[in-house]
Design a protein around this ligand. Structure first.
Ligand code: PLP
Length: 395
C-alpha cells in the first residue's frame, strides 16, 4: 500500500463528505437540480462584484512584460500595502506591507501560520463546533488539537474553559468569526476578555500564545454590524483570511495573513511565514489575483442578500419548531437536531431531497449545518420540504 496509514485513516474519517456528495448527485440525476435542496457546501452561488470583471478585463487588455513571472514570495508590494492600509484603518494599529503575506486562500494562510509557529507536539486549541480542516492543518505541522466547547446558548467562546485548558505546551488558539458552522460573530467584549485572559496566562507561563483569527467571512456581518478588529483587542494575533467569500472567489485561491505589529517576535514571525509560504510549495499567491484584489479592497458581494437568505430560513425553521442560535454573519445555520442522532436526522432530510451536514462533522453531534449560500429560489422552493421533514421527525 503506497498511501500512508495516517492519510488512509483521515480519508476514512472524512468519507461521509464523499458519500453525501455521491448521494446528492444521485438525487439530482433522479429529480433534477431544481428539486434537490443542497445545503451541504460553503461554495457561494453569488458571482463576484462587477468591479472584479471590470478590472479583469482591464488587465487582460493591457498586459505588460513580466506580469506572469515569479515575484517576492510574500507577494506584490502594492497588494500588501493596500491590505495593510485597510487593516490599519480598521484597527488603528500601524500595520505595514511588511506585516502581510499573500497566500493561496485562507487555508494557505492557516497552514503557513501553523508551520511557522509549531514545534512538534505543541497544542493548538480549537473551539467546538469547528471548521473540520483545522484538525488536519494542525496535524500537517506536527501539532495536536485540543477542543474546547463554546457556550452552547450563544456559541461565543467560553473564556474560563479556554483558560482552564491552556498549559505550558499550548502554542496557539484558533478563533473564527463569523463562524463556520454556527454563524456566531464574536463581540468586541468577548475579544477584549479573551485578550486580557491571554495576557494573564502568557505572563503566568512565560511563553507566547498566538491567536490565529480565521476571518474569511469578516465582511459578511448582518444587521448593520461589523466584525471587531482583532488586533485592537489581542496583541499576539495573526489575522488569516481570503477573498473566497467576500468577493466570491473561492476557486481563485487568493488570501493573506497579517501579523499584529505589536505581537511578540513580529519580525521573526514574518520572516518565518515568508519562508514557509515558499517551502510549503505555494511559493506565491496567484499573480493575477493579487493585482486584482489590490484595487478591490473596498468591494464586497452584497451582504444584504445573505441576510435575506438567513431571514427566510431562520423564520421558517423556528416557526416549525427547530431550535437554533440566530447567526450574526457568514452563511451558515447550525440548529439542534430534533433527533438525538444527527446522522439519522440528516438521512431523514435526504428523503425530502434536503441535503445537510451532520454536526458530528464539526465535532458537535446533536446538531446539523445548513450552508445557505445557494440561490434564494432554492431556499424558497425548499420550504414545503422542511415542513414535511419537521412533521416526520415529530416537531
Ligand atoms: N476557514 C473557514 C472557517 C472556512 O469556512 C473556509 C472555507 O470554507 C476556510 C477557512 C478556507 O478558505 P479558503 O477557501 O480561502 O482557503
Amino acid at each position: 500500500m503506497t498511501v500512508a496509514i495516517k492519510v488512509r485513516s483521515a480519508i476514512e474519517r472524512s468519507s461521509w463528505i464523499r458519500r453525501m456528495f455521491e448521494e446528492g448527485a444521485a438525487l439530482i440525476a433522479e429529480y433534477g437540480a431544481e428539486n434537490v435542496f443542497d445545503f451541504t457546501l460553503g461554495n457561494p452561488s453569488m458571482e463576484p462584484p462587477k468591479a472584479f470583471h471590470r478590472e479583469l478585463l482591464r488587465i487582460a487588455e493591457h498586459p505588460y512584460t513580466g506580469m506572469h513571472r515569479y515575484m517576492n514570495n510574500a507577494g506584490y508590494e502594492e497588494t500588501r500595502a493596500a491590505i495593510a492600509g485597510r487593516i490599519a484603518a480598521h484597527s488603528g494599529l500601524p500595520v505595514k506591507s511588511s506585516h502581510v503575506v499573500m497566500t493561496c486562500g485562507a487555508g494557505g494562510a492557516l497552514n503557513v501560520s501553523l508551520k511557522t509557529m509549531l514545534n512538534p507536539g505543541e497544542e493548538v486549541i480549537i473551539l467546538t463546533p469547528f471548521f473540520v480542516e483545522y484538525k488536519f492543518y494542525v496535524d500537517n505541522h506536527g501539532g495536536v488539537t485540543t477542543e474546547v466547547w463554546t457556550d452552547p446558548e450563544t456559541f461565543q467562546p467560553d473564556i474560563d474553559a479556554i483558560a482552564a485548558t491552556i498549559n505550558d505546551n499550548t502554542r496557539a488558539l484558533i478563533i473564527n468569526s463569523p463562524n463556520n458552522p454556527t454563524g456566531a460573530v464574536y463581540s468586541a467584549e468577548t475579544l477584549a476578555a479573551l485578550g486580557h485572559m491571554l495576557e494573564r496566562k502568557q505572563a503566568e507561563l512565560g511563553r507566547s500564545i498566538y491567536v490565529i483569527s480565521d476571518e474569511p467571512y469578516a465582511r459578511l456581518a448582518f444587521d448593520g454590524n461589523s466584525v471587531p478588529p482583532v488586533f485592537k483587542y489581542i496583541r499576539n494575533a495573526i489575522l488569516v483570511t481570503s477573498h473566497s467569500k467576500d468577493l466570491a472567489l473561492p476557486g481563485e485561491r487568493i488570501g493573506y495573513l497579517a501579523a499584529n505589529p505589536a505581537m511578540d517576535d513580529a519580525k521573526l514571525f514574518m520572516e518565518g511565514a515568508i519562508f514557509c509560504n515558499r517551502v510549503l510549495g505555494f511559493v506565491n499567491a496567484p499573480a493575477l489575483m493579487q493585482r486584482l484584489v489590490a484595487v478591490l479592497q473596498g468591494e464586497s458581494v452584497d451582504v444584504g442578500e445573505y441576510q435575506t437568505k438567513r431571514d427566510i430560513l431562520y423564520k421558517h425553521l423556528t416557526r416549525l419548531g427547530f431550535s437554533m442560535v440566530k447567526p450574526g454573519g457568514g452563511f451558515y445555520l447550525f440548529p439542534k437536531s430534533p433527533l438525538a442522532d444527527d446522522v439519522e436526522f440528516v438521512r431523514q432530510a435526504q428523503k425530502h431531497n434536503i441535503l445537510l451536514v451532520p454536526g458530528a462533522g464539526f465535532g458537535a453531534p446533536g446538531y446539523f449545518r445548513i450552508a445557505y449560500c445557494v440561490e434564494t429560489g432554492i431556499i424558497e422552493r425548499s420550504l414545503p420540504a422542511w415542513e414535511k421533514l419537521a412533521k416526520d421527525v415529530g416537531l
